[in-house]
Write a protein that binds this ligand. Structure first.
Ligand code: HEM
Length: 535
């Protein structure tokens, strides 16, 4: 072999012999392993100790208050203890998670909280939250730990960022305009009638206890399946049980991982632990179900002559208003999983808490029935045009969203240095927006703030609260919930049917224990005794 220079020689020797050297010298292999291990430990310590500590110092130096820094665990032990102790406390919702009243009382509306290794700037003030969600929204993205928690949604609309998010939102927006929601309301009515018939059959003229969180979840899954995917069988029989059961278990397990603290460690989700393997398996099954939906919709699209009107159909045609072209199969699947998840769970939880509040305040059941009868007269079915006239029902739903917001917290990560409420935030700082404390702040709503009083919304949101930005069930700004009108339309349709067909009583076995599994829902479900009003 000819070498043109000593560099060539050295290079070839390095490339050719170095691996042999390592292979034949166990010492060198061990050295490499040791170097890699040290690098990994340094990386982990930097992520879980040094970076959080520097963020903590930056906030502290600017006078932000909060519990003292505690390496790796933060306030996790207290939160866990808190959750255990509160099992029997009916006011549990009022002391939700870390953002307990005591924390706000002790440290103020804007304070530091530490969940495992993560330092969070907790915001419960309308002005600061408006800066994050609206005026400086471009400086924030969704945090990695939430993306990991809901990795099933991939890069769908909830987690897409930058130009991808802009394109997807532009493409999907038209599916949620007034005309489309009106068209989808017919599907909602059909699904609701079918569910009510099923419940009537179960009751068989007597009374029967039903677990309403489960019933509402199946119903909202059915609606999103048909309205967004043009599929009749998302929520039929076994598939629905598998889908609902699979999704709930997946999220419960992942939240349990957070409470244990392990899954807050960066990169933990990549380790082959039995929990991670189980979660991956579940995700794979659920995504396979999503793929089946796409395939079946592709086939029906091939046969249909007119322009598709459901969400998946529109995405399959695959052009946005600017004529930009098709989504990849992977992106399509991410959007399907996003809408299946975001589009059913939240609305089911809203319906569940509303029925809980109504059974606890029967006087509003009577008032709501009177309003419904007034608006519908002798007609059996509601129509989309009736909905704006159901003012009390709207107030009941808003009051439920105020006292039991299905999404009471939202996370953000600073991606560009910025300033919020006069506090300088470095890139990498985590921000948690907590709506619940604003929803129950006396100074904003009046001294009856803890009471269920739907009339407070008689003149809309601005008539109910001093700062409208303090009512945040659907978020605000460019990333506000795309499905809010869909959800409110669906919830009204379901409640009208329920109140017109059944009397409702909370079952004696109900245990009030709201928990946060991304959405805030009753840990033990909502058992309700249903009795038909028509005998
Ligand atoms: C009562 C029902 C609902 C509540 C309380 C709710 C709440 C929210 C909230 C708070 C966000 C913002 C999350 C964040 O920025 O971190 C959000 C976003 C979103 N919601 Fe909803 N939602 C509901 C129903 C729905 C429905 C029915 C759909 C679809 C049919 C839907 C689809 C979405 C999507 C796709 C996003 C992400 C939007 C974006 O980032 O551009 N939601 N929702």
């Amino acid at each position: 072999m000819m070498f043109h220079s000593s560099e060539d020689y050295a290079e070839t020797m390095w490339a050719g012999h170095s691996f042999q050297l390592f292979a034949h010298h166990p010492f060198s292999a061990r050295l490499i392993l040791a170097i890699l291990s040290v690098a990994l430990i340094i990386w982990c310590l930097n992520k879980t100790l040094l970076q959080p500590y520097l963020i903590y110092l930056n906030l502290k130096r600017q006078g932000v208050k909060g519990a003292p820094f505690r390496p790796f665990i933060g306030q996790l032990p207290e939160i866990r203890e808190h959750m255990r102790r509160k099992e029997s406390d009916p006011q549990y919702a009022a002391v939700l998670f870390v953002q307990s009243r005591e924390q706000i009382k002790q440290y103020g509306d804007i304070h530091i909280s530490q969940m495992g290794p993560n330092i969070d700037l907790v915001l419960t003030s309308p002005d600061a939250i408006k800066e994050v969600l609206v005026t400086k929204a471009g400086c924030f993205e969704k945090p990695a730990y939430v993306k990991n928690l809901l990795s099933l949604m991939g890069n769908g609309l909830v987690f897409a960022e930058g130009p991808l998010w802009e394109r997807q939102r532009r493409m999907i927006n038209p599916a949620f305009n007034h005309k489309e929601i009106k068209a989808m309301s017919e599907i909602m009515i059909k699904c609701t009638n079918e569910a009510a018939d099923r419940w009537c059959q179960t009751i068989q003229g007597g009374t029967q206890e039903l677990e309403m969180l489960l019933e509402f979840s199946k119903l909202t899954l059915d609606v999103i399946g048909r309205a967004a995917f043009g599929s009749e069988d998302v929520a039929s029989g076994k598939a629905a049980d598998e889908l609902y059961g699979g999704l709930s278990k997946l999220i419960e397990d992942k939240v349990a991982g957070i409470m244990e603290g392990w899954s807050l460690i960066p990169g933990y989700e990549l380790l082959p632990t039995s929990e991670n393997r189980k979660a991956k398996r579940r995700e794979k099954e659920l995504r396979a179900l999503g793929m089946r939906l796409i395939k079946s919709r592709r086939e029906t699209r091939g046969r249909a002559a007119e322009k598709p009107r459901d969400l998946l159909g529109m995405m399959l045609v695959g052009q946005d208003e600017q004529g930009e072209s098709v989504m990849s199969d992977e992106q399509l699947l991410d959007e399907c999983m996003t809408f299946l998840l975001a589009g059913h769970e939240t609305t089911a939880v809203l319906l569940t808490w509303t029925v809980y509040l109504l059974t606890s305040h029967p006087e509003y059941v009577e008032k709501a029935r009177a309003e419904i009868n007034d608006v519908l007269g002798g007609r059996a079915d509601i129509s989309f045009e009736d909905l704006p006239r159901l003012k009390l029902l709207q107030g009941i739903l808003y009051e439920s969203l105020r006292l039991y917001p299905p999404v009471p917290m939202m996370g953000r990560t600073v991606v560009r240095d910025t300033e919020i409420a006069g506090i300088r935030l470095q890139k990498g700082t985590e921000v948690t927006i907590v709506s619940y404390p604003m929803h129950v702040r006396e100074a904003l709503w009046g001294n009856d703030v803890m009471e269920f009083r739907p009339e407070r919304f008689a003149n809309g949101i601005s008539g109910a609260v001093k700062q409208p930005g303090a009512f945040l069930p659907f978020s605000a700004g460019p990333r506000t919930c795309i499905g809010q009108n869909f959800a409110m339309t669906e919830a009204k349709i379901v409640l009208v049917k329920l109140l017109r067909t059944f009397s409702l009583k909370l079952a004696p076995g109900y245990r009030h224990f709201p928990v946060m599994y991304i959405t805030m829902k009753p840990k033990h479900g909502l058992p309700v005794v249903l009795e038909s009003l028509f005998k």
